[in-house]
Design a protein around this ligand. Sequence first.
Ligand code: GTP
Ligand code: MG
Length: 195
Amino acid sequence: MRSDIGSAKTELPEIAFAGRSNVGKSSMINVLINRKSLARTSSQPGKTQTINFYNVNKEMYFVDLPGYGYAKTSKDNQEKWAVMIEKYLRRSKSLRAVFVLVDIRHEAKASDKMMYDWVVQSGYRPVIIATKADKISKGAVPKQLKILREGLGLEKGTVIIPFSAETKNGRSEIWNEIEKCLSGQADITEEETSL
Ligand code: GTP
Ligand code: MG
């Protein structure tokens, strides 16, 4: 569903958000765009089941991808999910970046690692968002980020940002990364560091 029926033909850049069910993708989108509930959220995993596009200031689309890793999902649904995401990653010409969200409290699950690898193999350099940072103490953040970095096997230089939809901590850092992706700076940095 596109939230701005009528201008779906425009080729605005797209920024997609991927992550396990219940990790906080829709909540983060609402915080980023300062809307209470444009993107539907729920304490029940599996809320977002289709790819949702949110037009942000007529400048870009935020793409809320359906969550993965929900244990109660049938094999059939998992397959549908994989086909839908793969088609999207392969076909979207306007997709500029994929952000992968993981829960800051836990180590990376196999499905997180698979998603990260999939995004990298699709040619993107994902930014990682460690969600629900309000649920751990400030002091525990660096250690959790290290655990996630190692568990995901992040490539050197990959940005990982702790974020909380409750306190909104991390919001401006995420926006910075989005701006970089849109201005193409991310590519320039990559070239510079590989010299
Ligand atoms: P699916 O659509 O099922 O893939 O889930 P989602 O990733 O979009 O998660 P959603 O934003 O719906 O959030 C799931 C639950 O986690 C909700 O109950 C949210 O209120 C809660 N939640 C999300 N972000 C945070 C956060 O930063 N801190 C806390 N404490 N709770 C959060
Ligand atoms: Mg959702």
